[in-house]
Design a protein around this ligand. Structure first.
Ligand code: SF4
Length: 168
């Protein structure tokens, strides 16, 4: 977003500036929300449901989540599908930091949302991945079904649709 800094404010001062920035928002957001690349990794049992969402029956490619990226540098969506333990947390953070901007995170399953069944009496489990990285969409369930993940991804698309290059 670097080169866009400052430009929206200048454009808004012109007659019709609001229309121009709204049009730029629409073009950028349509591109982003219809070509989300998910980082390929799964942590625990929720990852099975995530894989099912990408397979033939649910086929998340229909919504534009076409390319599972093998490198964080080519991904803009991280689906944290499983239990994050304290030993793993720095690695999850490093992967997030290596992802391209703008980037988004879905906490999939009760473990990623809050520690899930391990919220009590565990010395090793992180009580929610939002203690490590920012989360955009919380998807509860143990595990959530593939339809629920599709719904979360569509909610993320709706969130991206409402973003603007104008700083508020
Ligand atoms: S929420 Fe349930 S299914 Fe998902 S990783 Fe945790 S224990 Fe496994």
């Amino acid at each position: 977003m670097g080169i866009m800094n400052g430009i929206p404010a200048d454009v808004l001062k012109m007659p019709g500036g609001q229309i121009i920035t709204t049009s730029i928002d629409w073009i950028l957001n349509e591109g982003r929300k219809n070509s989300m690349w998910t980082l390929t990794f799964g942590i625990k049992c929720c990852a099975m449901e995530m894989m099912a969402a990408g397979a033939a029956k649910y086929d998340w490619s229909r919504f534009g989540f076409e390319v599972p990226a093998a490198s964080p540098r080519r991904a803009d969506v991280m689906i944290v599908a499983g239990t994050v333990v304290k030993k793993m947390a720095p690695v999850v953070k490093r992967l997030y930091e290596q992802m391209a901007e703008p980037k988004y995170v879905i906490a999939m399953g009760s473990c990623a949302v809050s520690g899930g069944p391990f919220v009590y009496d565990s010395y090793s489990v992180v009580r929610g991945v939002d203690n490590v990285i920012p989360v955009d969409i919380y998807l509860p369930g143990c595990p959530p079904r593939p339809e629920a993940l599709l719904d979360a991804l569509i909610k993320l698309q709706q969130k991206i649709s409402s973003q603007s290059i104008v700083r508020k």
